[in-house]
Design a protein. Structure first.
Length: 218
């Protein structure tokens, strides 16, 4: 799968797979690496995959990088389940690849912003063994009903950090909060943080993410 891969040292003992939002690409979150201040923690391999290019219904069918089609303005309604499952397989391959390279599951973090965060939820909650953490930024559960269908044997130990802008006009914070509540009620340890920001990352949020990653990867 096409991706940007950056290693912060010669011997990575941890990996972060970070999924971009609709219409962006893997380069979108490259600049955040030095802001996370992980140099003293360990060498980390950051993987920023590029979503496939596909027509997006709400954008008049314009082709752009998207993990799945957005069918309606109201993103919590009809969903492109076929696109979600197709992208989930690609992301799973990235996870399996890191495990085969010797990264332990508990040292692998799956992160995502907006549509990428929706995919991080969808894929990350299904992992056996559990991953080291899920980082959900300005996002939501893409198929909420699927939570009820998860195998009871799936471990619910993966720590989750959800961050959301209080002024988000794209993914309303109420949707992010509702999704987080469902995941927490289903048994996962989850923290929800909000910031005075639109559909983007707040400086305080970046600092919080860095601290959280350092705790997970220490």
């Amino acid at each position: 799968m096409e991706r940007v891969s950056i290693e912060t040292g010669s011997d990575p003992t941890a990996a972060v797979i970070w999924l971009h939002g609709l219409g962006a690409d893997g380069h979108d979150f490259e600049p955040i690496i030095p802001e996370l201040n992980l140099e003293a923690v360990c060498d980390v391999r950051f993987i920023f995959p590029h979503a496939p290019v596909r027509p997006v219904t709400i954008n008049n069918g314009m082709a752009m990088r998207a993990w799945y089609d957005i069918l309606e303005i109201s993103i919590e309604r009809r969903v492109d389940e076929a696109g979600i499952f197709e992208s989930a397989e690609m992301i799973q391959q990235l996870i399996d690849e890191q495990l085969q390279l010797g990264i332990a599951p508990e040292r692998l973090i799956l992160a995502g912003f907006s549509q990428g965060g929706a995919m991080a939820y969808h894929v990350g909650l299904r992992q056996q063994p559990a991953l080291g953490g899920l980082l959900i930024l300005s996002a939501y559960l893409p198929v909420p009903d699927a939570l009820e269908l998860l195998d009871d044997r799936i471990p619910r130990s993966t720590p989750i950090l959800c961050c959301h802008g209080e002024l988000d006009p794209v993914v309303p914070i109420a949707l992010g909060e509702a999704s987080a509540k469902m995941v927490e009620q289903a048994g996962w340890p989850l923290q929800f943080r909000s910031y005075p920001a639109p559909h983007s990352l707040h400086p305080d949020e970046v600092e919080e993410i860095g601290k959280w990653l350092a705790e997970r990867l220490a």
